[in-house]
Write a protein that binds this ligand. Structure first.
Ligand code: CTP
Length: 487
């Protein structure tokens, strides 16, 4: 393991600190020891991969495509030269009548100059044969989880690890359900569970199956974890019914693959910090002051930013939702911890403060459980104000290019939000009304906001928190790159 070359390839020691959430002394220790701790290797391997550098994830030794010898001088160069390789796509074909269209997809993937390896589920084999898939991909087609030949040749973990992107096309209701629940009872579902490569699903199924609440819930769950979807389209179906369920057109799927490949997002090369969830402010060893935030909105924003290629640090208070894939999560409890972690994640290009940070903490939280001393006694708590994370970031010497906050208000929403934007020196504020009894925001799947900027107030329609995250990231990309992206 050439530590210096790896640290250089990652953009220097500060980037490594942010990536691993450690201080400068830890990185010096790794350098002195000549190795990274076990837990950090996958993260380093992923970050290198995103920069187009391939290393062996076990040993973090550079593969052939990175040269540490300068071609002109023959001297050892501390800055490794990166030779780009063509992306490796892992195509999972699941069983539906649209499976035959995956043959065309393989050809178009190869036309792009990408490499493609294929996995077929047992039901896909009812529609097309592994032989035709291999003939077009030019590679072995893998079908069995417990096949000695397949494991000897590749191994399912390597299949998962070596993919730059995984595409499931067609994606049946069954494979979506398995992926949503983390089942791993065949090669395709096991590989999906063993990989955190960008994942694109192109569903194709009977319109009733697609519209079924179970399939819709699975799609939402997967989308929340960062899985991208393309289609299904509407139209006449092979089953004779009409509605949404047709596999998206092959050129459209190719464009969507192009967008999920590492290095292709509109925010590629940018860093973002997102705060999310509630904070817990201890009263004593067993009690705390908290709020109703679920973290759903902040987590969805972190996911959407990462999907567009940003390197995201998500600083999350205690939540019951899974950490998004491809995002560096720093788990905190209190507002002060969140404040420290946010400053440690600077510099960043984008900051989104979506956390419902406790405004006050208990000045002298007891180190033991506070006991009752009489029938009518009640302790008094002295509160102190917590630091304002959003205001600190906005006033920071290394201020992110775009600082975005939320304003949860119960009345006079727009006026309070406008004043809050100015007071905290945020660029944008997403104002939401949390005072409507019939439309709770905390814990709900939906949100309705007004975007408050220096140019005015824009009402956004009610939408799911994921759609809102996508819309926000679209605006961020437009503001920072002048690029229009489709989400
Ligand atoms: N915020 C923060 N740190 C705090 C308090 C709030 O970063 N200590 C951020 C929130 O993440 C949000 C914005 O500031 O982006 C507004 O939060 P909100 O709770 O609406 O406002 P407060 O500052 O708490 O003001 P008030 O309670 O007076 O409405």
């Amino acid at each position: 393991m050439d530590m210096d070359a790896i640290i250089d390839a990652l953009g220097g020691a500060t980037q490594v600190q942010t990536l691993l959430g450690v201080g400068p002394s830890a990185v010096s220790n790794y350098r002195a020891r000549g190795q990274f701790p076990e837990y950090a290797r996958v993260r380093i391997w992923q970050a290198l991969k995103a920069r187009g550098v391939t290393v062996d994830p076990e040993t973090l030794a550079f593969a052939d495509k990175i040269s540490t010898n300068d071609a002109n001088t023959g001297q050892h160069s501390p800055h490794p030269k990166i030779i780009p390789k063509s992306p490796q796509i892992l195509l999972i074909i699941s069983g539906g009548i649209a499976a035959y269209k995956s043959l065309e997809l393989i050809r178009r993937i190869k036309d792009k100059g990408w490499q493609v390896r294929c996995i077929m589920t047992a039901s896909a084999e009812q529609f097309i044969t592994p032989l035709s898939v291999s003939a077009l991909s030019g590679e072995t087609t893998y079908t069995q989880l417990f096949s000695l030949t397949d494991e000897a040749e590749m191994g399912h973990i390597r299949l998962a690890r070596e993919a730059d992107a995984i595409v499931v096309a067609p994606a049946t209701a069954n494979i979506m359900a398995k992926a949503a629940y983390g089942l791993a009872d065949d090669l395709a579902s096991t590989v999906l569970l063993a990989s955190d490569a960008p994942l694109l699903m192109a569903p194709a199924m009977n319109p009733f199956m697609w519209a079924h609440p179970a399939t819709q819930a699975n799609q939402r769950q997967l989308h929340m974890r960062g899985v991208r979807f393309i289609g299904p389209d509407s139209g006449d179906m092979a089953c004779g019914e009409d509605g949404a369920g047709r596999l998206a057109d092959i050129p459209v799927i190719i464009d969507a693959i192009d967008r999920i490949l590492p290095g292709q997002g509109a925010l590629n090369g940018m860093t973002a910090l997102v705060t999310s969830g509630p904070t817990h402010e201890p009263i004593d060893r067993v009690r705390y002051i908290a709020n109703r935030s679920s973290g759903k909105q902040g987590h969805a924003i972190a996911t959407a930013l990462a999907r567009q290629g940003a390197k995201v640090t998500l600083i999350s208070g205690p939540v019951d939702i899974p950490p998004p894939a491809g995002v560096h999560v720093v788990a905190v409890e209190t507002a002060r911890q969140m404040h420290t972690a946010a400053l440690a994640a600077m510099p960043a290009d984008i900051a989104v403060c979506a956390a419902a940070v406790g405004d006050f903490s208990v000045a002298d939280a007891a180190n033991h459980k506070i006991k009752k001393t009489g029938d009518n006694d009640a302790p008094s708590l002295t509160l102190r104000q917590n630091p304002d994370i959003l205001a600190t970031i906005a006033a920071h010497q290394m201020r992110p290019r775009l600082v975005i906050g939320f304003a949860a208000e119960t009345d006079d929403v727009i006026n309070y939000a406008t004043a809050k934007r100015l007071r905290k020196k945020a660029d944008w504020i997403l104002a939401n009304d949390v005072g409507q009894n019939d439309k709770p925001v905390f814990g709900s799947e939906h949100n309705m906001v007004h975007l408050v900027t220096e140019y005015g107030v824009e009402p956004w329609p009610e939408m799911s928190k994921h759609d809102l995250a996508d819309q926000l990231v679209k605006r961020i990309a437009k503001d920072l790159t002048a690029k229009e992206i489709s989400v």
